[in-house]
Design a protein around this ligand. Sequence first.
Ligand code: PAF
Length: 282
Amino acid sequence: MKTIENISRMSTFAKMMKKEGKSIGLVPTMGYLHDGHLSLVKAAKKHTDVVVMSIFVNPIQFGPKEDFEEYPRDLKHDEEMAREAGVDVIFHPLLKDIYPEGYATYVTVEKLTSNLCGESRPGHFRGVATVVTKLFNIVKPEVAYFGQKDMQQAMMIKKMALDLNMDIEIKIMPIVREKDGLAMSSRNTYLSGSERRDAAVLYQSLLKAETLIKNGERDAGKVIKAIEDMIKAKESARIEYVKLVDARGLKDIKTITGEIAIAVAVFFSNTRLIDNITIMVK
Ligand code: PAF
């Protein structure tokens, strides 16, 4: 496995692979790897010849009061984990190369990004779409892998690839969970012991909602209330949103029917965690 920092070296490597007829799978990350990231690598290894993992903490997707500076970073440890998982290349570009002085071009995907995290994190998805577009242009993957935990992000990238004729297959892989159901996230490391225990309520509340719906509940408001009550019972939890949306357009729904997603964003102190499930209701 090699680590490439230089953008033109990465691009040249990608061109070389293409000349040799090899397909490239890209796993974009911000590092501080966990098993969720490794599940993306596993999928990439299955479908593509060369697996490139990008590690770049992208400042333009963080709001001014968010955790860009504190975001956990440990390249050495990431390199060990990536090597063991069979990554071929880590692409770890420098901030000044990705956004050189005078940088002025941004990508915006409308509609899908207006609700949920788009409402509370203005500019976040524009930052993600921009950096992912740049990574696609540099690494030139045939396939790129994203996790379902960031459902809105994954759907936005699929839409962006389609709308901009990117000729890249976007694969969305299932959420990987801890034993108690908490979705894996680099941000889980911020949690204190009691917050970590409380955080298990996110998935438990989603499962409770699923049971209510399976038992016939069709009023979105009632399901939201049940989720909120469970989360509020945890001392360290502060709800940002609990929403039921249609799984295609991510618009709020009142009546539960068809394919829906239930999404939550909850703070534990300053740590913001998200989770979601999708359900098909006949
Ligand atoms: O999901 C992430 O880790 C980031 O949003 C991504 C896709 C690597 C872009 O910075």
